[in-house]
Design a protein around this ligand. Structure first.
Ligand SMILES: [Zn+2]
Length: 122
């Protein structure tokens, strides 16, 4: 990826985390203050869901580590909280293909900025 694409990707990644934390102020698993934006389907497994807000949840650091380690108790609580419709959506789209080129990333940044304004105004 060229330099412009790399910068846009960093910007989009950062905006994504900010949007998730503005939306989910408290950890979805235990209710502590959320500090980490967790991808339910990991970024490495789905570029399509990388900037999809349905794929993000705010977690505290402890629960983030448990989720990353696939701790069964944490994952079962998470699954119950996000609900079957959202799990179905993520399952359906996790293999969708997308090219993270400059045009796609520019649009992702634009959309995430808009979402950030929306969640920050509450
Ligand atoms: Zn937590």
């Amino acid at each position: 990826m060229n330099n412009q694409g790399g910068l846009l990707r960093k910007k989009a990644d950062s905006l994504y985390s900010r949007v998730i934390l503005a939306r989910d102020r408290y950890c979805l698993i235990d209710g502590h203050v959320a500090t980490d934006a967790h991808h339910i389907v990991p970024q490495g497994l789905s570029e399509f869901l990388r900037y999809d807000l349905k794929n993000g949840v705010g977690l505290c650091l402890t629960c983030r580590r448990r989720a990353d380690d696939c701790h069964p108790f944490a994952l079962s609580i998470l699954a119950g909280k996000i609900g079957i419709d959202r799990i179905g959506y993520l399952t359906e789209h996790r293999r969708d293909m997308v090219v993270l080129d400059v045009a796609y990333l520019t649009e992702a940044v634009r959309r995430l900025k808009k979402e950030l304004r929306r969640y920050s105004s509450h």
